[in-house]
Design a protein around this ligand. Structure first.
Ligand code: SF4
Ligand code: SF4
Length: 159
């Protein structure tokens, strides 16, 4: 169950936080990840994608962040969010929505790859092709950094 995984990750992270944050490999990847998170967020706003999603959620009856998607998260991915300083939610705001969905969108800094890859028709119609392909490029780097860190965490701290 996701709530047990979240609690375990929080417990373990509190215990080994200093070791994790002192690890030079982790620090290097986290620095690059933060840059990609900022680039992605910035482009989502500038391209109008964030507005389309906000309207979809608030005015058109709900987004694609459905209940159950949270179960796809393993402990290492939750751990990456904890390292980034994310306060991982343990309580759902909307019955029909993903546990991590808040009023202003996803509360996580590193969502699941299925969330990152998903592009719906509204986005395809409403966002310029150049912006979408730039977004794909940034997300490609974002996913590969996440994957590298995920592997490292699994090997080093055995999740
Ligand atoms: S990706 Fe599409 S379905 Fe999901 S919130 Fe945005 S507009 Fe709505
Ligand atoms: S983007 Fe965030 S809130 Fe939406 S389904 Fe993915 S993890 Fe859940």
């Amino acid at each position: 169950m996701i709530k047990e995984r979240i609690r375990r990750v929080k417990r373990v992270y509190e215990k080994i936080k200093d070791e994790v944050l002192g690890d030079s490999y982790v620090r290097g990847v986290i620095k690059e990840l933060k840059e990609k998170i900022a680039e992605r967020r910035d482009l989502m706003i500038r391209s109008g994608m964030s507005d389309i999603c906000r309207r979809c959620e608030k005015e058109e009856g709900g987004s694609c962040c459905g209940r159950g998607i949270e179960e796809k998260f393993d402990e290492a991915l939750l751990f990456i969010n904890a390292i980034l300083g994310c306060d991982i939610p343990e309580f759902r705001e909307e019955e029909r929505s993903c546990l991590f969905l808040g009023k202003d969108g996803c509360k996580l800094l590193v969502p699941h790859v299925i969330c990152i890859n998903y592009i719906c028709e509204k986005i395809e119609r409403g966002v310029r092709k150049e912006d979408l392909s730039k977004l794909r490029e940034i997300e490609g780097d974002f996913i590969s950094l996440t994957f590298k860190l995920h592997e490292y965490i699994v090997k080093k701290w055995i999740f």
